[in-house]
Design a protein around this ligand. Structure first.
Ligand SMILES: Cc1ncc(COP(=O)(O)O)c(C=O)c1O
Length: 401
């Protein structure tokens, strides 16, 4: 008997982020000294207040099924966070707590997409948006955001991509993988385009909002254009700013009918998020914000180190990321060259594979994010690791012929 895979799963790509870190693990198991800059995971501990609150919740017997959409205390903390940090007003009923930001996206697309509905995904993009859209029968429509325009979404490009079938626009700034942000004026111009397209909803993934550099600040689209708030889902989570990836707590605020439909999806999938993790999230949101600021400043210093090292290399270009914790250098200058071990660099996939196999540095090829030829390096790693990785990359690039 052959195993039947449902049509909705056929042809979906394996995220290259996972493929590269898996290969890095294999090489390590064989004894190689691999530096992995492939995963987007903070290298800081979670806030001690969160750990303590989760343990206390367990001891106090907070171990029963939680409400599907989130514990009242966490919803209240999120309402407060949106009001203080984003100038967004939601009632607790307009908040959904999910198993990570990823489940917010899953719920939203499952709750709204009909077969053939289009989801505009500015490229480069985080790998999961087009995959989840396709799982739900949607059609991802990529809109390139070029390095020359700072990887920002240009209003003309957005306007050209909108059709009568467009259901969603995904806006992820600060962006994974490019580190680009959208400033107020950029968002105002995007809002103008959206005003002419009342059938288009916006998923604003703001999970990197606190990780911005050089004094730049993230602004929420729903705050810039309150008249559009009725069709904006603002998504965030504990993973990146609070270094709480393993806790699986994401959340969103949005229009009530959408939140209700998403809650119904979640009710039939995972139910409410782990009670202990929710208690930890409440404590983290109330913990001293200086800790987030310290991590942000550390990422900024690392960014400067990595960008300077990469810019010194012939054949590579490197835009300075304004946020998140990734560099996204362009590698068009090395395409067509051959490595010391005879590998032809026909694409960024070849480059990333050769860099891993020959120099033992794991990165992710830009093809995974819909914009080539680039590679993505995470600078959520120690200075020593970053310096050593950059030295290896430099040696590798120098030996290309
Ligand atoms: C842009 C973006 N959105 C959402 C997520 C998902 O975060 P979570 O761990 O909360 O599911 C990630 C994680 O890498 C991300 O990079």
């Amino acid at each position: 008997m052959t195993f039947h895979v449902a049509g909705r799963l056929r042809g979906l790509p394996q995220p290259a982020t996972i493929a590269m870190s898996t290969r890095a693990r294999e090489l390590r198991a064989e004894g190689a000294d691999v530096i992995s800059l492939a995963l987007g995971e903070p290298d800081f501990p979670s806030p001690p207040e969160a750990v303590e609150a989760a343990a206390a919740a367990g001891r106090a017997g907070d171990t029963r099924y939680p409400p599907i959409g989130g514990q009242p205390a966490l919803k209240a903390a999120i309402v407060d966070k949106f009001r203080r940090q984003n100038r967004l007003d939601f009632t607790p009923e307009q908040i959904l707590v999910a198993n990570g930001g990823k489940q917010v996206i899953f719920n939203a697309f499952m709750a709204t997409l009909e077969p053939g509905d289009e989801v505009i995904v500015p490229a480069p993009y985080w790998v999961s948006y087009p995959i989840i859209a396709r799982m739900m029968g949607g059609v991802p429509v990529e809109v390139p955001c070029h390095e020359a325009s700072g990887f920002r979404l240009r209003p003309v490009a957005l306007r050209a991509a909108i059709t009568p079938r467009t259901r969603w626009l995904v806006l992820n700034f600060p962006n994974n993988p490019s580190g680009a942000i959208m400033e107020r004026a950029d968002l105002e111009a995007i809002a103008d385009v959206l005003r002419d397209a009342p059938h288009v909803w916006v998923l604003a993934d703001e999970i990197y909002e606190h990780l911005t550099f050089d004094g730049r600040k993230h602004v929420s689209l729903a705050a810039v254009a309150p008249d559009l708030a009725g069709r904006i889902l603002t998504m965030n989570g504990m993973a990146k700013a609070y270094a709480m990836t393993g806790w699986r707590v994401g959340f969103a605020g949005g229009p009530l009918p959408l939140i209700k439909a998403m809650t119904s999806v979640q009710s039939n999938a995972t139910s409410g998020v782990c009670t202990l993790a929710q208690a930890g999230a409440v404590a983290a949101l109330g913990s001293p914000f200086e800790r987030v600021e310290t991590m942000r400043a550390t990422y900024q210093a690392r960014r400067d180190r990595v960008v300077a090292a990469l810019r010194a290399l012939d054949g590579l270009t490197c835009a300075r990321p304004d946020g998140a914790f990734y560099a996204y250098p362009g590698i068009s200058g090395v395409i067509g060259k051959t490595s010391a071990r005879g590998r032809l660099m026909a694409s960024d996939l070849d480059f990333a594979e050769a860099l891993l196999e020959e120099a033992h540095v794991a990165t992710v090829p830009g093809a995974a994010f819909g914009m080539s030829p680039h590679i993505r390096l995470s600078f959520a790693a120690s200075d020593a690791q970053l310096d050593e990785a950059c030295r290896r990359i430099a040696d590798f690039v120098r030996t290309l012929r």
